[in-house]
Design a protein around this ligand. Structure first.
Ligand code: HEM
Ligand SMILES: *[C@@H]1O[C@H](CO)[C@@H](O)[C@H](O)[C@H]1NC(C)=O
Ligand SMILES: *[C@@H]1O[C@H](CO)[C@@H](O)[C@H](O)[C@H]1NC(C)=O
Ligand SMILES: *[C@@H]1O[C@H](CO)[C@@H](O)[C@H](O)[C@H]1NC(C)=O
Ligand SMILES: *[C@@H]1O[C@H](CO)[C@@H](O)[C@H](O)[C@H]1NC(C)=O
Ligand SMILES: *[C@@H]1O[C@H](CO)[C@@H](O)[C@H](O)[C@H]1NC(C)=O
Length: 322
């Protein structure tokens, strides 16, 4: 084959691949088929967040836990049954994920408005975006048209979601598997500027680590006892300064050695770590963080979507259509 025809072939293959992943999703996907879909989701998210501000954090995390496991296909929403094993009982998800009722409520409204049209996967991605905005973050445009899976993976949920006990190298490799580099990993971690963590995930850090502000550690120890299994589920805000505001305080806290979980403080060690300068930069420039976060979320929302005639539009986000 001549060099000319080889590059021509490569060009065509590229067109096919790019077309396959992006051309089917579109920002106006529901304009004709369910014109009020986005407004409906936004109102429901705003109502849920004003009723309970933490819900914004919970909805953001649902989308992350969806996308990192089989892609953004709403697999995380499927309930376990006698004959189906979902992801809700994985180590990172069990007794931890929340917000399912808000998604159910949105789905119910959309099904009565335009039955069988709006996917649960799209509801998750829009709800995450609107949650960040409702708590003061930046809004971003989303490509829509994802479809819902008929499968879930408990194994992938246990293996592909990063654990809070990871060191920097483990975090970089967990995100690397999903196509994100270290810079993007640091950016996405800024989601912990909102929401809560349970004691079980930070007990080691507040009792045994040295790169932690002593008064911060002491204040976190009050609700999380050294040996107390009965305090495992007590939760404290990741961001001890502005837990309901989507801002850059997460990074300022890291500079002050006030990261709550081990993995978060790994992003800033003592000024000489490989990601320290990015943390410093975000701590001084909220706008840069919010902009990078928006871009990284768009990228995350495009992890292996089901499109075209793949998957289905679930009627009920918790079960595969019969
Ligand atoms: C960097 C790796 C990450 C680790 C190790 C991690 C770990 C955790 C842990 C342990 C919790 C607390 C769970 C519980 O107490 O039951 C949590 C909560 C949370 N995570 Fe992450 N996470 C990571 C990345 C992310 C990303 C990328 C996002 C979103 C883009 C995110 C959003 C959240 C939110 C918003 C909460 C609070 C949820 C709530 O209050 O309901 N996390 N995360
Ligand atoms: C699609 O709908 C949105 C929201 O209603 C509107 O802002 C936008 O102009 C519409 N775009 C097209 C091409 O119809
Ligand atoms: C990570 O990827 C982004 C583009 O998404 C790029 O701007 C950045 O320089 C990359 N960082 C590293 C460490 O490669
Ligand atoms: C702290 O570290 C010691 C020694 O490794 C260990 O025995 C203990 O269980 C740890 N305690 C907590 C709360 O992490
Ligand atoms: C500890 O628990 C009390 C009572 O639930 C709560 O008011 C307080 O905010 C908690 N402190 C932290 C740091 O989470
Ligand atoms: C900073 O941390 C690195 C890695 O933990 C360590 O090798 C280095 O000695 C530390 N430097 C200072 C000044 O504490």
């Amino acid at each position: 084959m001549s060099r000319g025809s080889l590059s021509c072939l490569i060009f065509l293959i590229t067109i096919c691949l790019v077309g396959k992943t992006s051309a089917v999703l579109s920002t106006i996907f529901y304009n004709e088929t369910c014109p009020k879909a986005l407004r409906t989701i936004r109102s429901a998210v705003e109502a849920a967040v004003s009723k309970e501000p933490r819900m914004g954090a919970s909805l953001l995390r649902l989308h992350f836990h969806d996308c990192f496991v089989q892609g953004c296909d709403a697999s995380v929403l499927l309930d376990d049954t006698d004959s189906f094993t979902g992801e809700k009982n994985s180590f990172p998800n069990a007794n931890s994920l929340r917000g399912f009722e808000v998604i159910d409520d949105i789905k119910k409204q959309l099904e009565s408005m335009c039955p069988g049209v709006v996917s649960c996967a799209d509801i998750l991605t829009v709800a995450a975006r609107d949650s960040v905005f409702a708590l003061g973050g930046q809004r971003w445009d989303l490509q829509l048209g994802r479809r819902d899976s008929t499968t879930a993976s408990l194994d992938a949920s246990n293996s592909d979601l990063p654990a809070p006990f990871l060191d920097l190298s483990g975090l970089i490799s967990a995100y690397g598997k999903k196509g994100f580099n270290a810079t993007e990993m640091v950016t996405l971690s800024g989601a912990h500027t909102i929401g809560l963590s349970r004691c079980i995930f930070y007990r080691d850090r507040i009792y045994n680590e040295t790169n932690i502000d002593p008064s911060f550690a002491a204040s976190m120890q009050v609700n999380c006892s050294f040996d107390g299994g009965d305090t495992d589920n007590n939760a404290s805000p990741f961001d001890s300064t502005t837990q309901f505001k989507f801002d850059n305080a997460f990074y300022q806290n890291l500079l002050n050695q006030k990261g709550l979980v081990h993995s978060d403080q790994q992003l800033y060690v003592n000024g000489s770590g490989t990601t320290d300068s990015q943390v410093t930069s975000y701590s001084k420039n909220a706008g840069r963080f919010l902009e990078d976060f928006a871009n990284a979320m768009v990228k995350m929302s495009l992890l292996s979507p089901l499109t075209g005639s793949d998957g289905q539009i679930r009627k009920n986000c918790r079960v595969v259509n019969s």
